[in-house]
Write a protein that binds this ligand. Structure first.
Ligand SMILES: Nc1nc2c(ncn2[C@@H]2O[C@H](COP(=O)(O)OP(=O)(O)O)[C@@H](O)[C@H]2O)c(=O)[nH]1
Ligand SMILES: [Mg+2]
Length: 358
């Protein structure tokens, strides 16, 4: 799972990136290069399994974040640092929520709703340029060759263009499975699921507790494939440096119920429809990320391509059952251990041993 952080300059993208990935802050001054970092997904279930198996290695699921330099209004169609964002599964728009005279905001007064709308238009304009160019080419080739495939693509892109002309992001449209497949190659930005991250001041604890509506973003939460997270990147970055109990005392004092990393990751999983399953053993306990609805065979492929190719069956037990029983063998005795075939739809928290032969 890869998530691209973007937004206006000085909204706290790099501060958030450091908080999520533990990366050192970028050098001050100069145009920053895009950076990729990895966040370990906190999951108490994996900790519990690890305590049970005492494996040599415990490996959490990971999420990749990309930190790019700030984007200005009007840059989208041409100079938008698109390549880094195009390969992302979702985009996270880091929105200025903190007021600080020492850090001027290019868009003027702090107004999250305005910035969300402005940046959305930038994404729409970038996609518009791409759709228009492709339509021009397709139009010519359809006239010449009358290929059915081109015809279908042309119709689809016209549907997209119509929406984009009305400033409607593509994620608001409904597409059939076939259309979704056809659209994949275009990597349209306004089609990607959107996480709006409001970076507010720690002094605004009451606003933060109020969530999206407190920042005038209640409308955004109702949009398709959109999630809103409100946090305070700088203070949470500082808290993350503390010892665990000191950190939770500090969070309690500020009224922060859940650390920013947890909230970002949870929102990302929800947004992308992802779940986790586990593999366990003396060697390694590990969490894996898949899309909800994935069947056992492709889920095995997340672990190893040999397991998918030579898939025989999945031996599995629900996390709660395993913890309650205390061991794999006890699950077998209790009858909670199940054998499932390749078409079984994997559930969040399944602990799986894939049987395979190659
Ligand atoms: N007051 C305040 N300042 C912040 C906060 N988050 C970031 N900043 C400051 O805003 C400036 C820009 O932050 P940075 O993360 O580099 O923003 P970027 O340009 O979006 O990557 C830095 O001086 C940060 O210290 C915050 O929550 N509160
Ligand atoms: Mg930055």
């Amino acid at each position: 799972m890869r998530i691209g952080l973007f937004g206006f300059p000085r909204t706290g993208k790099s501060t958030l990136f450091s908080l999520l990935t533990g990366a050192a802050p970028p050098h001050a001054g100069g145009r920053e290069e895009a950076r990729i970092g990895i966040a370990r997904v906190p999951d108490p279930r994996l900790d519990r399994l690890s305590a049970m198996y005492r494996p040599r290695k415990t490996t959490p699921a990971t999420v990749e974040y990309v930190d790019i330099h700030g984007v200005a209004k009007g840059e989208a169609a041409e100079a938008f640092p698109l390549d880094q964002l195009r390969v992302a599964d979702a985009l996270a728009h880091v929105v200025r929520g903190f007021r600080d005279e020492a850090v001027p905001h290019v868009e003027g007064p702090v107004d999250p709703a305005r910035d969300v709308a402005t940046m959305e238009t930038e994404l729409v304009l970038a996609d518009h340029t791409i759709a228009e160019r492709r339509i021009e080419k397709l139009d010519l080739s359809v006239r010449k060759a009358h290929r059915d495939d081109d015809r279908k693509e042309l119709d689809l892109l016209r549907k997209c263009l119509q929406a984009l002309e009305r400033d409607v992001p593509l994620r608001n449209l409904e597409f059939s499975e076939e259309e979704t497949r056809r659209l994949r190659g275009f990597t349209f930005l306004s089609l990607k699921p959107l996480l709006v991250v409001v970076n507010a001041d720690e002094a605004d604890a009451s606003l933060l507790a109020g969530g999206a509506p407190a920042f005038g973003l209640e409308a955004a939460t109702a949009r398709p494939s959109t999630e809103v997270v409100c946090l305070s990147a700088r203070i949470e970055g500082e808290i993350a440096q503390l010892e665990a109990d000191e950190a939770s005392a500090f969070r309690a004092e500020l009224g922060i119920a859940e650390p920013a990393l947890e909230r970002m990751i949870r929102a990302s999983y929800r947004l992308l429809g992802c779940i986790s399953f586990f593999t366990v053993g003396d060697d390694e306990c590990r969490a894996w990320t898949i899309h909800r609805g994935t069947r056992a065979r492709p889920a095995a492929g997340a672990v190893h391509s040999d397991m998918e190719r030579g898939f025989i069956r999945a031996e599995l037990v629900a996390y709660d059952d395993l913890v309650a029983a205390g061991s794999w063998a006890a699950c077998r005795d209790h009858g909670t251990l199940r054998l499932e075939g390749k078409d079984y739809v994997v559930r969040d928290g399944d602990v799986i041993n894939f049987r395979f032969g190659v």
